[in-house]
Design a binder for this molecule. Structure first.
Ligand SMILES: C[S@@+](CC[C@H](N)C(=O)[O-])C[C@H]1O[C@@H](n2cnc3c(N)ncnc32)[C@H](O)[C@@H]1O
Length: 291
């Protein structure tokens, strides 16, 4: 069978979603994850959700949703979110935020943070919505390159996401040649990765610098405080305006008074959260709290 024919067949095999099913599933996903999907995107929903009909043996999308709501373990709801979430990411995405980190934020933090009772200088960084890990590992590589005496620092580098599937991949730290080619240069590939079959595994020294955790950014993030840097990029674009406002207000509460926030290149906080002042480093916008 040629590829075109195969595509046509798999399209024919997709079970159709009714407008009512689409509306209800989109409403559920909005409630649980804040991800706003246009429910007229039938083809998108059918393509993403069909594998779940197979997996759970559900006769239609209506049953799938009813079972997900009734599933006390939350595993089915998690599968629904995983299916529709856009996990697109890459190493050193947009370059600017990583230059900001390497040439402004790291020097600022090393000069301005005091050692704690163990004699180490604490640095706390959170990649909120880290997807499959490329963003937070890019930060870890920058730290490794910029701080040869890493032992003098207590680095708390956290990657979080709502998607378990994405977090599992991030924890594994194995990337295909295609994923590696999108953003990593030859020097960093050699320095920080080990070839494994057709893929590359991130070296233990970088993997061990990062902790991963499941966090829904639309739930109160209790206990998360005093971050020196938060990257929250390319996730708020999927949220409604009121959810975006709530999120950035919440992030302002968790940031150190002189901490840094970086949003996605197309995500301006103007008119969204008056508690931040936009600043520029080279061509990269970042935000700091207003006093
Ligand atoms: C497009 S990726 C962005 C990844 C990375 N920050 C970057 O810019 O390359 C968006 C990520 O947001 C996550 N996400 C969506 N809704 C979320 C929520 N309510 N809480 C936490 N993460 C969420 C998705 O699972 C996905 O991995």
């Amino acid at each position: 069978m040629d590829f075109g024919q195969e595509q046509k067949t798999s399209r024919l095999q997709l079970r159709e979603i009714s407008p009512d099913e689409a509306r209800r599933i989109c409403r559920f996903i909005l409630q649980v994850a804040g991800i706003s999907i246009n429910f007229s995107k039938n083809r998108f929903l059918e393509t993403r959700l069909n594998p779940l009909l197979e997996k759970y043996g559900s006769p239609d999308y209506w049953s799938l949703l009813t079972e997900a709501k009734a599933d006390a373990s939350g595993a089915m709801a998690q599968d629904l979110i995983d299916a529709v979430a856009t996990n697109e990411t890459r190493f050193f995405r947009d370059a600017g935020p990583f230059e900001l980190f390497q040439y402004k934020i790291i020097p600022y933090l090393t000069a301005n943070r005091l050692p704690d009772s163990t004699g180490k200088i604490p640095i706390r960084i959170w990649s909120a919505a880290c997807s499959t890990g490329q963003e937070v590992y890019s930060l870890a590589m920058c730290l490794k390159e910029s701080l040869p005496n890493l032992r003098n620092y207590k680095i708390n580098l956290l990657g979080s996401d709502i998607s378990q599937r994405a977090l599992d991949r991030a924890r594994e730290g194995v990337y295909s040649k295609f994923e590696i080619a999108r953003g990593l240069d030859e020097a960093r590939l050699k320095k920080f990765f080990i070839p494994e079959g057709n893929a590359y595994r991130i070296r233990g020294e970088i993997r061990e610098m990062v902790n991963f955790k499941s966090v829904n950014l639309l739930e109160p993030i209790n206990g998360f405080k005093e971050w020196d840097l938060i990257l929250c990029r390319n996730v708020a674009i999927y949220f409604r305006q009121d959810h975006r406002k709530w999120l950035f207000n919440q992030l302002a509460n968790t940031l150190e008074p002189d901490g840094f926030l970086v949003a996605g290149a197309s995500e301006s906080l103007a008119a969204m959260c008056s508690r931040f002042i936009p600043k520029m480093f080279s061509s990269c916008t970042y935000y700091q709290r207003r006093f």
